[in-house]
Structure formats: structure tokens, C-alpha cells
Design a protein around this ligand. Sequence first.
Ligand SMILES: *[C@@H]1O[C@H](CO)[C@@H](O)[C@H](O)[C@H]1NC(C)=O
Ligand SMILES: *[C@@H]1O[C@H](CO)[C@@H](O)[C@H](O)[C@H]1NC(C)=O
Ligand SMILES: *[C@@H]1O[C@H](CO)[C@@H](O)[C@H](O)[C@H]1NC(C)=O
Ligand SMILES: *[C@@H]1O[C@H](CO)[C@@H](O)[C@H](O)[C@H]1NC(C)=O
Length: 258
Amino acid sequence: MMVMEFKAAILTTAVLAVLLCSPALAQKSPSVSLPPSTSPAPAPAPHYVDLAALLNVAGPFHTFLSYLQKTNVIETFQSQANNTDEGITIFVPKDSAFSALKKSTFSNLTGDQLKQLLLYHAFPYYYPLSTFRNLSALNPVNTFAGSPYTLNLTDDMGSISVQSMWSKPKISSSVYATEPVALYSIDKVLLPMQLFSKDPPLAPAPAPAPQSGASDLAPSPGGGKAGGNAKADSTSEAYRVGVSGLLATVAGCLMLMW
Ligand SMILES: *[C@@H]1O[C@H](CO)[C@@H](O)[C@H](O)[C@H]1NC(C)=O
Ligand SMILES: *[C@@H]1O[C@H](CO)[C@@H](O)[C@H](O)[C@H]1NC(C)=O
Ligand SMILES: *[C@@H]1O[C@H](CO)[C@@H](O)[C@H](O)[C@H]1NC(C)=O
Ligand SMILES: *[C@@H]1O[C@H](CO)[C@@H](O)[C@H](O)[C@H]1NC(C)=O
């Protein structure tokens, strides 16, 4: 059922994309994203990217977006994107990532802690995927939440992971990556030691999910290297990349229209 809805969503998105800007779509072809912009495009001036609009149309990222809005961290991010030369990189957990957490995870945090947790999902710099290999030599890397709140990055033959104390999601797709804004989708919430020192706030294993198949949720821990399931992986990877390419196109068009 999920899969059907997902497909329907993609279809809708595709139709939208075609309707909104068939010329742009024809030029771009939906495989833009992952190998980051081999296109030269020496963009003249950083352009305005409406983060809330982008998060709203891509994803689904509604849970993360609603926390950003509730805490006003969306303003902090938007202002960084609008007003600095450094730009911003945000790791956005999908809605499904939140169901892996204990119910009380967010309600147990104070307002300030919740803000820190959200800021922890960003770097106050624009980092295209091509820079992650070099960045990983600088581990641990400071986040927008400030100095003790760091992340480790790993780039294992182009498979990039973001490591917090209690979770290490892989970047599952590049939702948007044009200076000054990089937005990457991840399938787990990042959980820093500073906020969750004792235990990982993970819900007991979900178990059900009778027909998983294409589930993003379990990216074969530590596995899936070069050999075995490379083919299956790359198929669904290509699929995802295509989808996020479409989404980026839609978002781009929306922005052009404004
Ligand atoms: C960002 O720029 C847009 C367009 O100029 C503006 O409408 C918006 O208020 C700005 N937001 C922040 C937080 O600076
Ligand atoms: C939230 O607080 C309650 C009461 O202190 C505790 O039992 C629960 O484990 C906490 N939840 C998390 C995710 O830490
Ligand atoms: C990574 O670092 C090397 C060596 O310092 C440099 O030549 C290269 O341009 C860097 N790559 C990127 C994408 O920044
Ligand atoms: C991050 O990397 C640093 C340097 O390699 C290491 O000391 C630290 O333990 C790592 N942190 C995590 C959470 O893996």
C-alpha cells in the first residue's frame, strides 16, 4: 500500500514537473542529483531558496519541518541561506525516521535542547557531495549547534554516511544542491551524545512490516559494500536519484515562478 501511494506521489510529481516546466525538464533529464553537478554553471549570485517551501514539496519531511517551524529554527536556517556567503547544508530525516524513536524522545527535551537537536542536523556551510571525501578527513566536524555537537562523515566509495552517537544514516538522496543550499535526505534522526547520554532513544524493534522489499529503513548495517547486492542497490538508488531529481526540478520551477 505504501508502495502504491509512493508511486502515486511520484506520478503526481512527475506530472507536475512536466506541466510546470517541460523545457527545463527536457534539458535536465531526471538523473541530475547524486554525482553532484558535473555541470559547470558558474552561478552568478546566490539565489533565494525558500527552505520551508522546498521541505514541504519534497520528502515527505513534514515532521522535521513542523519541528523547525515550532522552534523557529527555520528562520535561523533561512537567514543563513539568505544572508551569508557560507550557505547551509541540512540533513533532513524523512518522516519515517521519527517512528523509530521512543515516543517520549522529543517531549523529554527542553525547548533549548530541541533547538540544539535541530541545529545538529545542519552545517553552517554549503557542502556539495563532492566535498564530503575531503571533509571526512576533518572528523569530527562542527555542526550548526556549535562546538561539542559534532558529526563524523564517511565516504565509502561514494556511499556517504553521517555518524552521530546513536545513529549513522546514509545519505539516501540529494534533494537539492545548488549554492547556497544543500539538502540531503537521511532515513534516521541524528542523535548526539550531548542530548542522549545514557541510552539511545530508540523504540523497541518494530517487527511487523510484512512486505518490506524496497524499504529504506534498513540500509544493511555495515554491509552492501561493493559486491553482492550492488545491482539491487543501484537500481533503487537510481530510482531514488531520479525521484529527487524530479523534485529538485519541481522546486526549481516553483522558485523560478516566484
Ligand atoms: C529571506 O529572503 C526572502 C526573499 O528576499 C525574504 O522574503 C525572507 O523574509 C528572508 N528570510 C530571512 C529569515 O532572512
Ligand atoms: C523520558 O522521560 C521518562 C521519565 O523520566 C523516561 O522514562 C523515558 O525513558 C524518557 N524517554 C527517553 C526517550 O529518554
Ligand atoms: C580535496 O582535497 C584535495 C587535496 O587537498 C584537493 O586537491 C581537491 O581539490 C579537494 N577536492 C574538493 C572537491 O574539494
Ligand atoms: C569521530 O571521529 C573522531 C576522529 O576520528 C573519533 O575520535 C570519534 O570517536 C568519532 N566519533 C564518533 C561518534 O564516531
